[in-house]
Design a protein around this ligand. Structure first.
Ligand SMILES: NC(=O)c1ccc[n+]([C@@H]2O[C@H](COP(=O)([O-])OP(=O)(O)OC[C@H]3O[C@@H](n4cnc5c(N)ncnc54)[C@H](OP(=O)(O)O)[C@@H]3O)[C@@H](O)[C@H]2O)c1
Length: 307
C-alpha cells in the first residue's frame, strides 16, 4: 500500500476517540488525513491534516464531503454517544447513529472503499458478560438499540467494514472538555469533592490509546467483521474509581457506593458487560494495556498536554 496516496477520513474528530486517533495518525505521518466533525476544530494538534466541518444531519452535506475527500478508508467515530441524548432526541439518534452509518456503508460499497465503524457493549443486555462477537444482542436502551440497527444496516450494504465494539473508554488528550470516568474521578477527588459511584455495574474499561491503535490496525489490514475491543480486566465501576484513588493517593473516604437503581439505571444500563478478546488478539494483534499501567501513561501524557 502506498500510504501517502491513501486517504483516511476520520469522522467525529473532535470527539474523545477522534482526537486520539487524529493525534496518532498525524504522528505516524504516512497517510493523507482528513478530519471532520460538526463543530469548530477542537484538536490539540493543528497541523498535518485537513479539517472540514460537516453536520451529518444533512445527507447532502455528507455526500458532498465524501465526493470531495474521496477517502480510501473511513474511521467513523461520530455518534450521539449518550444514552440520555438518544432517548431525548430519537430523530437525531436515528439520523446520526443509523442513517449516517448506512449512507457511509453505501458509499463504501459503491466505491469499494473500507470502513471502520464504532459500536458498543450496550448492544448486549448485560445478563451474561463477558461477551463474544457471535453472542446475541439485546439492548436495553435507545443508544444500544441504535447501534444494533446501525451494525445490521451497515452489513446489509455489503461494504468492506470492520465493526469495533468497545466499552467505557478512558484516557487523556489535549482537549480537557470531554471528560471520562478516570479523569472525572481524579479531578473530583483532587478537589476533595464527595462522589457517588455505582457499585453494581461491571465493565472492562478501555484505554483510548488501545482503541485508537486497534482502529488504525483495522485500516492497515482493511479487515472486515465484528471485533470486540476493550481492556482485559473486569471490574465494577466503583472498583475502577478506587484504583484511580489508590494510584494518585487520593482520599477514598470521599467515595460513596450507590446502586444503579438509585440513579434510575437499573433498567436502562446493562449490569455486566465485558468482552472476550480472542478474535481481536488473533486478527488485529490487539494487546490491551493493563489498567494500572494505563494510569501511569495518563500521568505521563498529562505532562505533555498540560505542562
Ligand atoms: N466513549 C465511550 O465510552 C464509548 C463506549 C462505547 C462505544 N463508543 C462509541 O465510540 C465512538 C466514539 O465515541 P466518543 O466517546 O469518541 O464520542 P464523542 O466524544 O461523543 O464524540 C462524538 C463526535 O461525534 C460528532 N458528532 C455528533 N453529531 C454530529 C453530527 N450531526 N455531524 C457530525 N458530527 C457529529 C461530535 O462532533 P462535535 O464535537 O464537533 O460537535 C463529537 O465530537 C462512538 O461511536 C461511540 O458510540 C464510545
Amino acid at each position: 500500500m502506498d500510504k501517502s496516496a491513501y486517504t483516511i477520513l476520520v469522522t467525529g474528530s473532535n470527539g474523545f476517540l477522534g482526537q486520539k486517533l487524529l493525534e496518532k495518525l498525524v504522528h505516524d505521518g504516512s497517510y493523507h488525513i482528513v478530519a471532520t466533525s460538526k463543530s469548530e476544530n477542537r484538536n490539540f494538534i493543528r497541523e498535518g491534516y485537513t479539517y472540514i466541518s460537516c453536520d451529518f444531519t444533512d445527507p447532502e452535506a455528507l455526500q458532498s464531503l465524501l465526493d470531495e475527500v474521496q477517502p480510501d478508508s473511513i474511521i467513523h467515530t461520530a455518534a450521539i454517544s449518550s444514552v440520555e441524548a438518544c432517548e431525548n432526541n430519537p430523530e437525531l439518534c436515528q439520523r446520526v447513529n443509523i442513517e449516517v452509518v448506512e449512507q457511509l456503508g453505501r458509499y463504501c460499497s459503491q466505491q469499494d472503499k473500507h470502513l471502520v465503524h464504532l459500536s458498543t457493549d450496550f448492544v448486549f443486555d448485560g445478563q451474561e458478560g463477558p461477551y463474544g462477537e457471535e453472542d446475541s444482542t439485546n439492548p436495553c436502551n435507545a443508544y444500544g438499540q441504535s447501534k444494533v440497527i446501525s451494525e445490521k444496516r451497515l452489513l446489509s450494504t455489503g461494504c468492506r467494514a470492520a465493526i469495533l465494539r468497545t466499552i467505557l473508554v478512558y484516557g487523556i488528550h489535549g482537549d480537557p472538555k470531554r471528560s471520562n470516568l478516570v479523569l472525572w474521578a481524579k479531578s473530583q477527588l483532587e478537589n476533595n469533592n464527595r462522589i457517588n459511584v455505582v457499585g453494581d455495574q461491571w465493565r472492562m474499561p478501555t484505554f483510548v490509546d488501545d482503541l485508537a491503535d486497534a482502529c488504525i490496525r483495522a485500516v492497515q489490514k482493511e479487515i472486515t467483521g465484528i471485533f470486540h475491543i476493550s481492556g482485559e480486566e473486569m471490574m465494577s465501576i466503583i472498583e475502577a474509581v478506587y484504583r484511580v484513588a489508590d494510584f494518585w493517593n487520593l482520599d477514598k473516604s470521599l467515595i460513596t457506593a450507590i446502586q444503579a437503581k438509585d440513579i434510575g439505571q437499573e433498567q436502562n444500563r446493562p449490569k455486566k458487560t465485558g468482552f472476550i478478546l480472542d478474535k481481536a488478539k488473533r486478527e488485529l494483534d490487539y494487546s490491551p494495556t493493563p489498567f494500572i499501567k494505563s494510569l501511569k501513561e495518563i500521568e505521563e501524557q498529562s505532562k505533555i498536554y498540560f505542562p
